[in-house]
Design a protein around this ligand. Structure first.
Ligand SMILES: Nc1ncnc2c1ncn2[C@@H]1O[C@H](COP(=O)(O)OP(=O)(O)OP(=O)(O)O)[C@@H](O)[C@H]1O
Ligand SMILES: [Mg+2]
Length: 286
């Protein structure tokens, strides 16, 4: 009986909670956002979470390629009103669900009201049936990327130890904070030699953000430079599934575990996709 009551409580609280929206973003391109999004999504699903992965790199969507999927429909069909979000959702490996992106949509802000509502209302519905929505964004401080990051519940900012990637990551923090002061940003350092190097990069970036923006950035985890990661990319199959016993897969599991453990406490009055529309100034334009 006690178990049943507990299950019921869990079910009710689950169904009332919206998914946590985590935007995976970066200043510099090519630092491992998509690789991280895909494998982190699967690592979360392996821990019993309902995960939706949204390919929001509207310039060069490639989540599907990383997952070895080849779907018939994508966000463009939702934008055009031909399909609903539910109809384009595809089952990915490892129990995740994927919203396939569409290359060549340069700005959501340029869509007309109906097209934009097709997308945002659909995404908001999806948020109700999941625990996590991971958003793989495009790199850089462009309007869409910053809006996705600023509207998310949490930002996972990916950098590498390269000075140019660190400088661009800082520029991204600045842009996100300028859009939304209380944004919750955590760091993930990719392509490192070891944990010490990752922590050194994170603490350098955090102390610069503290000095100039009054913001501390917490460290969520790291991923070593590992041949299995790039092999997974080449084989269009996520490394956490293909090579589960490698140090890189363990690091991904650590990231998933830490993400699940600690929810950053940010006040959220409306849903992510409504905030997104507000952030890019569309809510008032309709
Ligand atoms: N930890 C790693 N070890 C080895 N190779 C890696 C690692 N992380 C990423 N890579 C390689 O780096 C390349 C870029 O990764 P990815 O596409 O995930 O970056 P991105 O940040 O999404 O790029 P973009 O800004 O173009 O969207 C991939 O080809 C992948 O093989
Ligand atoms: Mg990418």
């Amino acid at each position: 009986m006690a178990d049943q009551a507990q299950n019921l409580r869990e079910f009710i609280s689950r169904s009332q909670e919206r998914a946590r929206v985590v935007a995976v973003t970066s200043g510099k391109g090519g630092v491992g956002k998509s690789t991280t999004s895909v494998n982190l999504a699967i690592a979360l699903a392996a821990r019993g979470k309902r995960v939706i992965l949204l390919d929001a790199d509207l310039g060069l969507a490639n989540v599907e390629v990383l997952l070895g999927l080849n779907s018939l429909y994508n966000l463009q069909h939702v934008i055009d009103g031909e399909k609903t979000i539910e109809q384009i959702l595809v089952q990915g490996p490892g129990g995740i669900q994927v919203v396939p992106g569409s290359s060549g949509i340069t700005k959501l802000a340029d869509l007309d009201t109906e097209a934009r509502n097709n997308v945002l209302a659909g995404l908001e519905r999806l948020q109700e049936g999941a625990d996590f929505v991971l958003v793989d964004t495009m790199a850089g401080i462009g309007q869409n990327a910053v809006a996705f990051a600023a509207a998310a519940d949490e930002v996972l900012l990916v950098t590498t130890p390269e000075p140019s990637a660190i400088v661009d990551a800082y520029a991204m923090v600045k842009a996100i904070c300028a859009t939304r002061d209380e944004a919750a940003i955590r760091l993930m350092v990719n392509l490192v030699r070891n944990e010490q190097q990752a922590m050194a990069v994170a603490s350098k970036l955090s102390s610069v953000a503290q000095t100039y923006l009054g913001r501390r950035l917490s460290f969520l985890g790291y991923l070593p430079r590992d041949i299995h990661v790039s092999q997974g990319v080449m084989q269009t199959y996520p490394f956490v599934l293909r090579y589960p016993n490698t140090p890189a897969a363990k690091c991904m599991e650590d990231l998933a575990r830490r993400l699940m453990q600690r929810r950053l406490d940010v006040k959220q009055s409306s849903g992510f996709f409504r905030r997104f529309a507000e952030t890019i100034g569309l809510a008032n334009a309709s």
